[in-house]
Design a protein. Structure first.
Length: 334
């Protein structure tokens, strides 16, 4: 039996059907990400698990117990939001200790636990600081510490990093993963950022219009999309119709939803190649993206994205004629 089970979950807001018969199992100790665009239902499912929202129908099981009708305070679930919701008139250590004090824990236990989690989230030395004096990243660490200090059965993170700059975001991603592993938590993370999901997750559940479109580990999610939506949301695929694929390669395949080709699987080649599909095109433009150079290549009127590492032998000018090849197994029928 899974540690958390969502069974036939439906959620309505008036006439708006937000969650549509969602069935989802989560194993103990996993770091799971609910990924998808705004309005797809991922945050609503998280709030239903926490008890902040009531489901319209269905059942939620956690650790073998039906928690569908329990109050939030009785579920032993920690939650970290996008907005830190810290008490401005309390110091860092007072914010972290607040929940333990409400539970009337002994002061020596509170002091010990607060000290431990502050070290864990790298806030030692900020005990007496007030939230107004902290950076956004530090405030988010306080919010994380406040949740984990109560040793919840499950940690829920609802887009906690979306308001933080890119460099700090990467550091906090690492911190959250380390805390997750150290405490052996079952963590459920909500984001609309595919890169964040790929970096942090054991398992990704991709949501679309109130349903789970695909569930997989990050590698499977990226390399084997099951639908056009999955291919357009994960990665940066070229999506071609059957007719476009035939125009590019000169060969027909059957794929009613189209053919997905990752930009990095298209190769510039000289001379002969063993790949199933080989064709010529013209460089339209190029865009540097870190250590990757992304070309746009026109082939029989169709634009393809082609990603290569910066190397002198693959540096082309706009207007250059090029030869491209791709293997059949990298042409994913959707």
């Amino acid at each position: 039996m899974a540690y958390i089970e969502f069974r036939n979950i439906d959620k309505f807001y008036g006439e708006n059907h937000v969650l549509k018969n969602v069935n989802l199992n989560i194993e103990k100790g996993q770091f799971v990400t609910l990924l998808g665009p705004s309005g797809c239902g991922k945050s609503t499912l998280l709030r239903c698990l926490s008890g902040l929202e009531e489901i319209s129908s269905g059942q939620i099981i956690m650790d073998g117990k039906d928690i569908t009708g329990l109050e939030p305070k009785d579920r032993n679930i920690g939650m970290v939001f996008q907005h830190y919701s810290l008490f401005p008139n309390m110091t860092v250590e007072e914010n972290i200790a607040f929940g333990l004090k409400m539970k009337k824990k002994p002061q020596d236990e509170i002091d010990s636990k607060v000290k431990e989690v502050m070290e864990m989230v790298e806030l030692t030395g900020k005990e007496k600081a007030y939230p107004v004096s902290l950076s956004g990243g530090q405030q988010q660490r306080v919010a994380l510490a406040r949740s984990i200090v109560q040793q919840p059965k499950v940690l829920l993170l609802d887009e906690p990093l979306s308001a933080i700059d890119a460099k700090l975001r990467k550091a906090l991603q690492q911190s959250i993963r380390e805390v997750h592993k150290k405490l052996g938590l079952t963590s459920i993370f909500v984001t609309h950022d595919q890169d964040e999901a790929m970096v942090m997750s054991d398992t990704i559940h991709l949501f679309h219009d109130g349903k789970i479109e695909q569930s997989s580990d990050p590698i499977g999610m990226y390399t084997a999309p099951v639908s056009k939506f999955a291919a357009t949301f994960i990665g940066n695929y070229n999506i071609l119709s059957e007719e476009q694929f035939a125009a590019v390669t000169g060969k027909r395949v059957t794929a009613p939803e189209g053919i997905a080709i990752r930009p990095e699987t298209l190769q510039f080649v000289d001379g002969e190649t063993d790949e199933e599909y080989c064709f010529t095109g013209t460089i339209v433009d190029n865009t540097p993206k870190g250590n990757v150079l992304q070309y746009r290549v026109r082939v029989n009127g169709i634009i393809l994205k082609v990603d290569v590492l910066f190397r002198s032998k693959t540096l082309f000018q706009n207007g250059n004629k090029v030869k491209l090849a791709v293997a059949d197994h990298n042409c994913i029928r959707l």
